[in-house]
Design a protein around this ligand. Structure first.
Ligand code: SAH
Ligand code: SF4
Ligand code: F3S
Length: 435
């Protein structure tokens, strides 16, 4: 008898892609495939791709060409691209990358078995506004943290963004199905879950909104911490904020993408809110949720961004005092509203603006971390620390990485840790007694 066929899967992009890769592995496991970490052993090689910036696509294009060039010739190996880049370039990928066998977009994963059986280059790149992958069993990763996609797609069409074109229209899963999934996740031993969607707080199904879903999720025994990403600033409701305020399992950390601190740029981007709206939202969130940590996404060099606009972004980031930020240079994406708008900033100027924001944020993060020295944080222990022998590591409620000298704690426990030293990346200290 021949051995089970094997799948080698690499994932790029955001956490929704991580969750989709777990679905893909589930679809193929249903056909007898096992996962392998070695592309040279695999019968199927699949890269789950991202299209958000040009750089993300270039990286995958190089990687897939490399994998094709080292493909074994002693057995049939099928190599494919899945996800957002496959969808974005569906019309020419199979022609421009010789040796590529198949492409499959974010709504095509149920068709993977057919694609693998085809004896010619094949594609499944239809978007399907009804596809939520309900009924599929994902193969979840190791560890304490599980991902659960609660809605797919995006209807916002921010001018710079390719997501609505590659992921299609917004759709949510039924709350009952999601709660069942959460029970299953808890039964598998996960302690933390991250609810996912491109505009996750726009969740709505059969009259259940996001706030209500959060409250229902908090009732599931066994799950200690619940997080979600990414909410859209314009989709926050009182229902969500009061759930955050009242339910202890909802971790006090929100990733709240700002993009720019200048009204003309926010308006040009069609973000759907002003600087004043964002400030007011942060105030509402902070007054309702004690200890709230905030992170954000920022784009520098959007077409038309002046020095003044940029300074406004820099000073708003300082004023809000984000705990953490992901900062990017604008990248024109084919098909989006801003694709044809001429860029107004040279590459060196983009780099200069980006580097300044990164340096400012690093100093800010360090300052915030320093203010935590001497305090006690509750860490969900994940496993061995990377640097110090015999130390453990995990996350605090605000999603900060904490390394500590244990005094009895084991992975899966909640440990109280006294913070004694910090960097801009990590807090460290020692476990103290008590709960
Ligand atoms: N749905 C989320 C964002 C998802 S994309 C939201 O709206 O909040 C993640 C981040 O990538 C965005 O927040 C944005 O900062 C960045 N991004 C998206 N398109 C980009 C582009 N064309 N160039 C540079 N950065 C981009
Ligand atoms: Fe993109 Fe805007 Fe949708 Fe976020 S809300 S995924 S930035 S279009
Ligand atoms: Fe990238 Fe697609 Fe996520 S474009 S950021 S992988 S939704």
């Amino acid at each position: 008898m021949s051995a089970a066929p094997s799948l080698y899967l690499e994932t790029y992009g955001c956490q929704m892609n991580v969750a989709d890769s777990e679905l893909i592995a589930g679809v193929l496991r249903g056909r007898g495939y096992r996962s392998t970490g070695d592309p040279q052993q695999a019968d199927v090689i699949l890269l789950n791709t991202c299209a958000i910036r040009e750089h993300a696509e270039d990286k995958v294009a190089n990687r897939v060409r490399q994998l094709i060039s080292i493909r074994r010739s002693d057995k049939p190996v099928r190599i494919g691209l899945a996800g957002c880049m496959a969808q974005h370039h569906r019309d020419h990928l199979l022609d421009t990358i010789p040796g590529l066998d198949f492409i499959v977009g974010p709504d095509g994963y149920r068709r993977l078995p057919d694609l693998l059986e085809a004896d010619q280059p094949a594609a499944a790149v239809q978007l399907d506004r009804g596809e939520t992958y309900q009924g599929l069993s994902p193969v979840r990763g190791e560890g304490l943290r599980a991902w659960l996609t609660i809605m797919r797609g995006c209807d916002r069409f921010c001018t710079f963004c390719v997501v609505p074109f590659v992921r299609g229209r917004e759709r949510s899963l039924p709350a009952g199905v999601l709660i069942e999934e959460l029970r299953d996740i808890a039964a598998q031993g996960y302690k933390e879950v991250i609810l996912l969607g491109q505009t996750v707080n726009a969740y709505r199904h059969d009259g259940v909104d996001f706030g209500e879903l959060l409250r229902m999720a908090c009732q599931v025994d066994g799950i200690e911490r619940i997080r979600y990403t990414s909410p859209h600033p314009a989709d926050f409701t009182d229902s969500t904020i009061s759930a955050m305020a009242e339910c202890a399992k909802l971790a006090p950390y929100i990733h709240l993408p700002l993009q720019s601190g200048s009204d003309p740029i926010l308006e040009a981007m069609l973000r759907g809110h002003t600087v004043a709206d964002f400030r007011a939202l942060v105030e509402r969130l902070r007054s309702a949720i004690p200890g709230l940590a905030l992170s954000t996404d920022i784009i520098v060099g959007y077409p038309g961004e002046t020095e003044e606009d940029f300074e406004a972004t820099s000073s708003l980031m300082e004023e809000i005092g984000f705990d953490h930020a992901f900062m990017f240079k604008y990248s024109a994406r084919e098909g989006t509203r801003s694709f044809k708008t001429p860029e107004t900033l040279s590459e060196p100027d983009k780099v200069r603006r980006l580097e300044r924001l990164i340096a400012e944020q690093q100093a800010r993060t360090l300052r915030i971390h320093q203010s935590l020295i001497g305090s006690v944080v509750e860490v969900l222990v994940e496993g061995a620390a990377r640097r110090q022998e015999h130390w453990l590591a995990g996350k605090d409620p605000q999603y900060r990485t904490v390394c500590f000298e244990p005094a009895g704690a084991e992975p899966g426990d909640l440990a109280r840790v006294l913070i004694e030293a910090v960097t801009s990346h990590t807090l460290s200290g020692r476990q103290i007694a008590g709960v």
